[in-house]
Design a protein around this ligand. Structure first.
Ligand code: HEC
Length: 114
């Protein structure tokens, strides 16, 4: 029981810190350096357009996808499989070397770039 409570607490804590990152300039730099070869904000390229990604995906989902989309596909995540199939089954690189903070800054940039 104690472990369960601690677990729930941990999840709440990590979700809170998830929404606290708001540096679009840093996010833009990471995006241009790592993602722009395959993604644009407003158009399909190799992968889908990513502008305002949070309008259609949950934040936790997007973070997980960027870290390891292949694991999500392997686990049977419906949305991950759908977008993978739609984009000719080209798996995306796993950005496990980016920190949560870096990924959150990228997402913030995607959601707020004009
Ligand atoms: C080599 C090409 C490539 C690079 C580089 C790349 N992606 Fe992708 N990305 C894809 C493809 C292709 C898909 C479509 C899904 C799939 O094939 O698994 C995708 C899908 C996504 C999705 C899901 C979009 C949706 O509509 O659900 C997100 C989010 C995403 N990428 C973010 C990023 C971020 C952030 C970076 C840089 C850190 C990045 N990608 C770098 C090719 C790439």
């Amino acid at each position: 029981m104690r472990t369960i409570i601690l677990l729930i607490f941990g999840v709440v804590l990590s979700t809170t810190s998830l929404s606290a990152q708001t540096d679009a300039a840093k996010g833009k730099k990471i995006f241009n350096g790592n993602c722009a070869a395959c993604h644009k904000l407003d158009k399909k390229l190799i992968g889908p357009a990513l502008g305002n990604i949070s309008d259609r995906r949950k934040l936790e989902w997007t973070v997980q996808f960027i870290k390891d989309s292949k694991a999500m596909i392997a686990k049977g995540d419906k949305e991950a499989i759908e977008v993978y199939n739609k984009f000719n089954k080209i798996p995306m690189i796993s950005y496990s070397y980016l920190s949560d903070e870096e990924i959150l800054n990228v997402i913030y940039y995607l959601d707020n770039a004009k």
